[in-house]
Write a protein that binds this ligand. Sequence first.
Ligand SMILES: Nc1ncnc2c1ncn2[C@@H]1O[C@H](COP(=O)(O)OP(=O)(O)OP(=O)(O)O)[C@@H](O)[C@H]1O
Length: 286
Amino acid sequence: MTADTTPAPKAEAAVRCTGLTYSFGATRAVDGLDLTVEQGEVFGLLGPNGAGKTTAIRAITTLLPVPAGMVSVFGLDCARKKMQVRRLLGYVPQQLSADSGLTGRENVELFARVFDVPRAERRARVDEALAAVDLSEAAGRLAGTYSGGMVRRLELAQALVSAPRLLILDEPTIGLDPLARAGVWDCIAQVRAATGMSVLVTTHYMDEADEHCARVALMHRGRIRAMGAPGDLRAELAAQLDADPARVSLEDVFRHHAGAGLTGADRPDEGGDFRDVRRSRAAARR
Ligand SMILES: Nc1ncnc2c1ncn2[C@@H]1O[C@H](COP(=O)(O)OP(=O)(O)OP(=O)(O)O)[C@@H](O)[C@H]1O
């Protein structure tokens, strides 16, 4: 008897974008984006302010139309199966979505109702979501009394309560101190390990993506400039430059692929590079 060598059918990708293009008037925010997020992976979409990350995410979440190209989530066409796609998603937007006048628990309960979690399961699912982000003890306090890190984790609980297969997070750690950032990433890792859900996250913190994402896409001016496992991208550049791989960062990879344009010198309205962005956000917080 011969062994069956037929390869197992490949699982449908969690996200597949092919030639996604989106313009705001004359501004081409996303310019022919090809991207695949495999099931179960944590995928980082990286780039400076204005790179087109949020626009791409909003097309994937069906909040923006797909005027050119194709976007699918678990094989469902985002342009034609909006409601089915939405049922598979948990989305934490960049803007704060928690209500400071409600307790942590009430915020999560609200999302459970909005996402139509069956009434009989609601209490248990809210408890589980709060426990997953380590907010069980603080659940009875008003969200307005939470620290920045707790608010971000609360928003994560809001997105998790509907048990999504794909979690999409837009800049989940922006404005947080290093300890709070680590707390958010720990929650993401634990939930992913427990549920096997796929995670698509945008950030311009290259060091965080390097540590926490299985694969990343480096985006600049609406286009992907490099894509792969962070370690592979760093090793490739080190080999090209004949440099010590330990001394090559993901930020170096980005600079290498995005070139001089990253400084914004030829696009003054966008302004600055990663270090400038970090500095300006830090200054804004002060
Ligand atoms: N509603 C809008 N109207 C007009 N232009 C927009 C709008 N939203 C985004 N843009 C422009 O589209 C481009 C991509 O913006 P987008 O917000 O997708 O970038 P981003 O990578 O998410 O940036 P950030 O890290 O600041 O969130 C930018 O040039 C931006 O100015």
